[in-house]
Ligand binder design. Structure first.
Ligand SMILES: O=P(O)(O)O[C@@H]1C[C@H](O)[C@@H](CO)O1
Length: 291
């Protein structure tokens, strides 16, 4: 049965073919920009950019800090495509819509996905402005059955039951750590577990305490579905969370978080993140072979 919200292989293929007709670029790396992190695309040279509203089959961005544009270009000679704006479940998109671009990227020939996001920290040692290299994730909606891979499996993209251990590439994490050392920014860099919640409300104190007890280091409202879809179709994945706030865990705390504050902190670290992602892309291939 073909459900109304289901997307078939032809739909992905149509969008991919249309994009290939709009640009000479043939990307091997895709970058998804988190809230307020759209400036990552500014580093791309020889840009071709397409608003989401022009792309057949693409959803539209509705969140402040997500421009809604696909940018093709070169980062240190490597061809990339960058999503300036991602899609979240809380915007009302089905999970297959939020991850639609990832399968389109696969059809464009993308091999590596770099995901970035803004997140709140639960780990006591993290500070606002820290960058967390994602080691693993907890996909809360996924555990409850809200999974972009639900429904009939499209075997052309990957297996029905894909393994999810070791999805965040160890080699790329090591390269990123070494880079941070050479950039002399190791003091801001952490490695930890990201947890996706559905949003759009931020966490209650009881929810924050629950996540803390579960071993979550940072919480956000995206990323996991994109990573699940990318992993199923054989892409390698690297992920970064920018810690934009500390999640309130105490009833005595009078602070609270808001989206504007999240965007402010994103601005603060934009230059460093841009350098880190650019250098990482330049080092992830040697003589055009993935390292
Ligand atoms: O797209 P990301 O995950 O970076 O966005 C985070 C989560 C919410 O969408 C928003 C909250 O401020 O930022």
């Amino acid at each position: 049965m073909h459900r109304k919200d289901q997307i078939c292989h032809d739909d992905y293929q149509k969008t991919a073919s249309w994009l290939l007709s709009q640009t000479q670029h043939r990307p091997k790396v895709a970058i998804i920009c988190g809230s307020g992190l759209g400036m990552l695309a500014d580093a791309l040279k020889c840009q071709d950019s397409v608003p989401y509203s022009d792309i057949p089959g693409f959803p539209q961005s509705t969140v402040q800090g997500h421009a809604g544009r696909l940018v093709f270009g070169e980062l240190k000679g490597k061809t990339c495509v960058c999503m300036q704006g991602r899609f979240h479940m809380y915007e009302g998109h089905s999970l297959c819509k939020t991850t639609f671009p990832v399968r389109v990227f696969k059809l464009l020939g993308v091999e590596t996905l770099i995901v970035t996001n803004a997140a709140g920290s639960l780990a006591d040692s993290y500070q606002v402005g820290d960058i967390m290299i994602i080691k693993d994730h907890i996909n809360f909606p996924g555990l409850a059955g809200l999974n972009p891979l639900s429904g009939p499996n499209d075997d052309k993209f990957g297996p029905r039951f894909p393994p999810m251990s070791g999805v965040y590439d160890k080699n790329l994490r090591k390269i990123a750590f070494d880079l941070c050392k050479s950039m002399d920014v190791s003091q801001f860099v952490q490695e930890g577990v990201y947890c996706m919640v559905g949003g759009p409300n931020f966490e209650t104190i009881a929810e924050a305490r629950l996540l803390h007890r579960l071993g979550v280091d940072a919480v956000g409202m995206s990323t996991a579905p994109e990573v699940v879809v990318a992993t199923q179709c054989g892409m390698r994945v690297f992920g970064l969370s920018l810690i934009t706030n500390k999640v309130v865990k105490s009833y005595d705390d009078t602070e609270s978080v808001n989206h504007e504050a999240v965007l402010e902190v994103s601005k603060l670290r934009s230059q460093m993140l841009q350098t880190l992602v650019t250098e990482l892309v330049s080092r992830m291939y040697i003589n055009n072979n993935a390292v």
